[in-house]
Design a binder for this molecule. Structure first.
Ligand SMILES: [Zn+2]
Length: 470
């Protein structure tokens, strides 16, 4: 009997390995189909009319071959070369199956092609204006000989074969570079972040012009004038951070340490302005105290003092909410599916573009069944997104009206989950909390177990091992 069980468990392990290999190969093939790479050896010259002369033979790279191109032989490009090997080759030949899986998940949002411009941007005197997504931001390009910071955009014509394009510079990816986002993990997360921008257009609020940021410089702890931009950056971060999450951006520690968020003073906003983007005035009207600062343009606020509806103007809020949603349900594709379903409403500029997505997340939670759950038990996943939003907005969603104020939408009778959360489930979540000034992800885990989104060790079926378990 024991030997029989050993054979069975051996077969299960073998089948799991084969299925993981098959999935990894499918991901790699999908990337080979969807991503088109152009190498630009000298960005100071004009873009040729026929781009095919610049196209890189991705199939040869995927097959483990060397290609005849400075991309492969110039030491400047070693980081870009390494990225292509990680993206296009099987694991046995240097492929990075984790990166491939995350890249494929993002590409599935539109299921369209993406054009990738690979720039040899070392020591350029100038860039020619004809190149797209060669992005120069204040400081980086002046400090590094006109190098291009990674960037991307989504095409407005949605009938094209491609959804957008992304520009990656050799300097940014070079191993010798120091500074922000310089580790191999960082670079993978940044690549995925930019790829998300090819999938989702930014719908700037009608009350704003193109300026998303003020003059004080942008940081993760900044509340920015455009809440839609904060969401757009947040979802890009969330997918990127599923590959690698930098510790200093975990908002649980931000709340525990009561870190300060900054807000720029925008031109056109006065102390009594009521426009949505005039955040300093809105925070003052909400009675939020400013903290000492030497800056003449930025004001600082303790994160725990910021009302729930205003904390969504910080991109790290939606970053953490969407990351935790994927993490608790152990599914990135669930969010991909939600984005696809919410796409039309997310394309309406007058909406807070996170709101239609959040409604889809609640619906997905409702339909979620934990495959590891003992028979006879129900999953109540619809409460999970609400708990996560509550947690990362500072535990200030005390009722349905507060939730509606945060999202700018009403919840009709087709969403009973919202009423149930505030009537019953919120008190359960708060019951796991040791005190009112503590944020522990463990409490969200406990809540997930309470509503059967996750299976705790004590309720896990004894045998066979539950698929999809931790
Ligand atoms: Zn971005």
């Amino acid at each position: 009997m024991k030997r029989f069980l050993l054979i069975i468990s051996g077969l299960i392990a073998f089948a799991a390995t084969v299925s993981a290999q098959t999935a990894a190969e499918a991901n790699r093939q999908y990337i080979l189909e969807k991503m088109v790479f152009y190498y630009v050896d000298n960005p100071a010259t004009a873009k040729p009319a026929d781009l095919s002369t610049l196209e890189i033979n991705k199939v040869a790279i995927g097959n483990g071959e060397d290609i005849a191109s400075p991309l492969w032989t110039n030491a400047n490009n070693e980081g870009l070369k390494s990225l292509l090997i990680q993206l296009l080759r099987p694991a046995s030949q240097g492929g990075n199956v984790n990166l491939q899986r995350n890249i494929r998940n993002v590409l599935l949002i539109t299921d369209k092609k993406v054009y990738v411009y690979l720039y040899n941007d070392f020591a350029n005197a100038a860039k020619h204006a004809s190149w797209p997504v060669y992005c120069t931001t204040t400081g980086y390009e002046t400090a590094h000989s006109n190098a291009s910071w990674p960037c991307a955009s989504c095409f407005t014509d949605r009938t094209l074969e491609a959804t957008g394009h992304i520009g990656l510079g050799a300097f940014f990816f070079n191993a010798s570079r120091t500074g922000d986002w310089a580790t191999a993990n960082d670079k993978g997360a940044v690549t995925i972040h930019e790829l998300v921008h090819t999938q989702l257009p930014l719908k700037l609020e009608p009350t704003l012009t193109v300026s998303m940021y003020g003059t004080g410089g942008h940081s993760f702890s900044e509340m920015i004038p455009s809440r839609n931009s904060a969401f757009n950056e947040g979802i890009a971060n969330a997918f990127g951070f599923r590959y690698y999450f930098p510790n200093n951006l975990q908002m649980s520690s931000w709340f525990n340490n009561n870190v300060q968020l900054t807000v720029d003073n925008l031109s056109g906003c006065s102390a009594t302005s009521t426009q949505p983007h005039c955040l300093q005035a809105r925070l003052a009207a909400a009675g939020v105290a400013t903290q000492p600062t030497t800056s003449t343009v930025l004001k600082r606020y303790n994160i725990r003092d910021v009302p729930a509806n205003l904390i969504t103007y910080c991109e790290n809020t939606t970053t953490n909410i969407l990351f935790m949603y994927m993490s608790q349900f152990r599914s990135d594709l669930m969010l991909v599916r939600d984005v696809k379903r919410a796409a039309t409403d997310m394309g309406v500029a007058s909406n807070y573009t996170f709101a239609p997505l959040f409604k889809e997340m609640v619906k997905s939670g409702l339909n979620y069944h934990n495959p590891g759950l003992r028979s006879g038990l129900r999953t109540h996943g619809q409460h999970m997104p609400l708990a996560i939003l509550d947690y990362y907005t500072g535990y200030k969603l005390t009722n349905k009206a507060a939730l509606e104020q945060v999202l700018g939408v009403t919840w009709d009778a087709s969403y009973p989950a919202v009423d149930e959360y505030f009537a019953n489930k919120r008190s359960v979540l708060l019951g796991f909390r040791p005190n009112a000034t503590t944020w522990q992800v463990r409490n969200l885990d406990q809540f997930a177990e309470h509503i059967n989104v996750k299976t705790s060790e004590s309720t896990r079926p004894s045998a066979p091992a539950a698929p999809g378990g931790r």
